[in-house]
Design a protein around this ligand. Structure first.
Ligand SMILES: CC(C)(COP(=O)(O)OP(=O)(O)OC[C@H]1O[C@@H](n2cnc3c(N)ncnc32)[C@H](O)[C@@H]1OP(=O)(O)O)[C@@H](O)C(=O)NCCC(=O)NCCS
Length: 152
C-alpha cells in the first residue's frame, strides 16, 4: 500500500535512510518534508518499507530522495512506489528531474525503467566518505506526450 507520509512514520523512514545512505537526511528534514514536499511511504504487512520524496515546482517536479529497506529490495517495490508517487502529484508536471550517483546502478536502472533519460553529467558533485567525489547523472522524465517525443 502506498500513501502519504505521516509524522508517525518519520522514525521508521529515518531508520531506512540510515541503512542506505552515507550522508542521510536528518529526522528534522523528513518531518519538514511532509509539509514542504510530497512525501509518500510504501507499507508491507503494516510496516513502512520505503519512502519517496518529490518536490513539485510550478509545472515540474524534482525527485529528491527515495529508498526501499535493504531486506525488501529487488521485489518491484521501488518501481511501484515511484510510479504511484508520480501519479499522486497534484501539479500534473510536464517533466520530472532527478540527480543520482553514477555508481548507483540499481537506482539508475530503476529510473530508466521508469522512463527517465540522462540529460547531463555533473562532475564531482557528490562527496564520498573517503574524501573523494563522484559524478551525478542528471535525468528527466517527460510526462506529456508532446514533450516525450523530444527524447525519442
Ligand atoms: C534504488 C532502489 C530504490 C530500488 O528499489 P527496489 O525496490 O530494489 O527496485 P525494484 O525491485 O522495484 O526494481 C526495479 C528496477 O530497478 C532495477 N534494479 C533494481 N535493483 C537493481 C540492482 N541491484 N541492480 C541492477 N538493477 C536493479 C531493475 O531494472 C529493476 O527492474 P527489473 O526487476 O525488471 O529488472 C533501492 O535499491 C534502494 O533503496 N537503494 C538505496 C537508496 C537509493 O539508492 N536511493 C536512490 C537514490 S536517492
Amino acid at each position: 500500500m502506498i500513501r502519504l507520509m505521516q509524522h508517525s512514520d518519520v522514525q521508521q523512514v529515518f531508520e531506512i535512510e540510515k541503512l542506505v545512505q552515507s550522508h542521510p537526511w536528518t529526522l528534522k528534514q523528513f518531518e519538514e518534508s511532509i509539509d514542504s514536499y510530497q512525501s509518500t511511504v510504501i507499507e508491507r504487512q503494516g510496516q513502512v518499507v520505503g519512502f519517496c520524496i518529490l518536490q513539485p515546482v510550478v509545472d515540474e517536479a524534482n525527485l529528491l530522495l527515495m529508498a526501499i529497506h535493504p531486506s525488501q529490495q529487488g521485489k518491484g517495490l521501488g518501481y511501484q512506489l515511484l510510479d504511484e508517487s508520480i501519479a499522486l502529484l497534484k501539479n500534473n508536471p510536464v517533466q520530472i528531474f532527478l540527480e543520482v550517483r553514477e555508481s548507483n546502478v540499481a537506482a539508475v536502472r530503476l529510473y530508466e525503467k521508469s522512463d527517465f533519460h540522462q540529460i547531463d553529467l555533473r562532475k564531482n558533485y557528490y562527496p564520498n566518505p573517503d574524501g573523494t567525489r563522484e559524478h551525478a547523472i542528471i535525468m528527466v522524465r517527460a510526462c506529456s506526450d508532446d514533450f516525450a517525443a523530444l527524447f525519442k
